[in-house]
Design a binder for this molecule. Structure first.
Ligand code: MRU
Length: 348
């Protein structure tokens, strides 16, 4: 990831090698704030309160959280307890369970004294693998963008995305945004329509900030403007990420994805989902079985932003009861293809 002219990663180890340093994403785009997590409890809070978010990053941070718990107490009981504690922080993104299972399985047959080092080694592998998966996804996906540009060289390829799927949502590079960065870095002209992604505004607050840092041309739109832009022919392709994809190819992703997919179908706009294998849940047949996280209604009823003095302030936007499902399901038949580390797949 590039912030200013400096390369960063979403996770780095602290000096003693036992904690992790992350970006507190709640402060963006106003402030770039790094914080350290030193315990499983810190980690659980950071995931639940969305200091970190995005399916692959939640997985990698969760893996380190389980390793931190093992340093404190390597017993089977603590391993099972902390696995469950971290798993419950966010129920929808399957990458979290995948990563927690991976750390648990790596230490399960070891003696208590051997467990901590093995857990950190597995967590580091998960983080490194995430970067290489994103790199491959980016390379395969960029070919689609290259072809679209060849078909219409008069204008930059117009890409619509939703939520945040970039280096803030992964350990580095990103999935759907990784495709866009790879295409941009290869010299293919692109322009990104960034939907704001109410209610947490991952689009306008995070994706737009990332794209600015990387110098990628983009425009923020209200979520509800997506249909109009597709109807007008202003969108060549939609690319989104995923929190969980089931055996039949149904895609669970940030709420609002489904409406974009419906509009894309109506206007013959290709609709691609970029994901690593760690986002596939082969245990579920269809998307209707996925638990949809329901978050606090206050995310909808209140808005936080800087006041004139620069201090973050919170304003209420409605007095009514609100419902805040955080994800939705896009049926497989609306998906043109899946951009994966194994190539572009018509089916998962
Ligand atoms: O609630 P969030 O911000 O964690 O949701 C993130 C998304 O929905 C992303 O699209 C998804 O995790 C893919 S990130 C590569």
């Amino acid at each position: 990831m590039k912030i200013g002219d400096t390369y960063h990663r979403s996770i780095t180890l602290t000096e003693n090698g036992r904690g992790i340093r992350i970006i507190d994403q709640r402060a963006l785009p106003w402030e770039l704030k790094f914080v350290e997590l030193h315990s499983a409890n810190d980690t659980a809070t950071a995931i639940h309160e969305m200091w970190v978010r995005g399916a692959p990053l939640i997985g990698a941070v969760g893996a380190y959280g389980l390793a931190m718990a093992i340093v404190d107490d390597p017993s089977d009981e603590n391993l099972a307890h902390t696995h469950q504690q971290l798993f419950e922080t966010r129920p929808t993104a399957i990458n979290l369970k995948w990563a927690l299972d991976a750390v648990r399985d790596a230490v399960h047959d070891l003696s208590p004294a051997q467990r901590a080092d093995a857990a950190y080694a597995r967590a580091a592998e998960i983080a490194e693998e995430d970067i290489s998966l994103c790199k491959k996804i980016g390379e395969y996906g960029a070919e689609i963008i290259r072809q679209l540009h060849a078909q219409n060289p008069q204008r930059p390829v117009q890409i619509m995305t939703h939520c945040n799927t970039g280096w803030l949502a992964t350990v580095d590079i990103g999935t759907a945004l990784g495709v866009i960065y790879t295409a941009h870095d290869a010299g293919i002209p692109v322009h990104v329509w960034v939907s704001e992604t109410r209610p947490r505004n991952q689009g306008s607050a995070l994706t737009a900030w990332e794209l600015s840092q990387h110098g990628v041309p983009h425009t923020v739109i209200a979520d509800n403007a997506a249909g109009l832009l597709m109807q007008r022919g202003d969108v060549d392709i939609c690319i989104v990420g995923a929190d969980r994809v089931t055996r039949n190819g149904d895609v669970c992703n940030k709420v609002g994805t489904y409406l974009k997919a419906l509009a894309a179908k109506a206007h013959h706009t290709p609709f691609y989902v970029a994901l690593p294998y760690t986002t596939v849940d082969a245990s579920l047949a269809t998307g209707t079985e996925i638990p949809i996280e329901e978050r606090s209604a206050e995310e909808l009823t209140h808005f936080t932003g800087p006041a004139n003095d620069g201090c973050l302030t919170r304003v209420r936007m409605t007095h009514s009861v609100a419902l805040n499902p955080a994800f939705d399901i896009t049926p497989a038949e609306l998906v043109t293809g899946y951009i994966t580390e194994r190539g572009i797949l018509p089916k998962i």
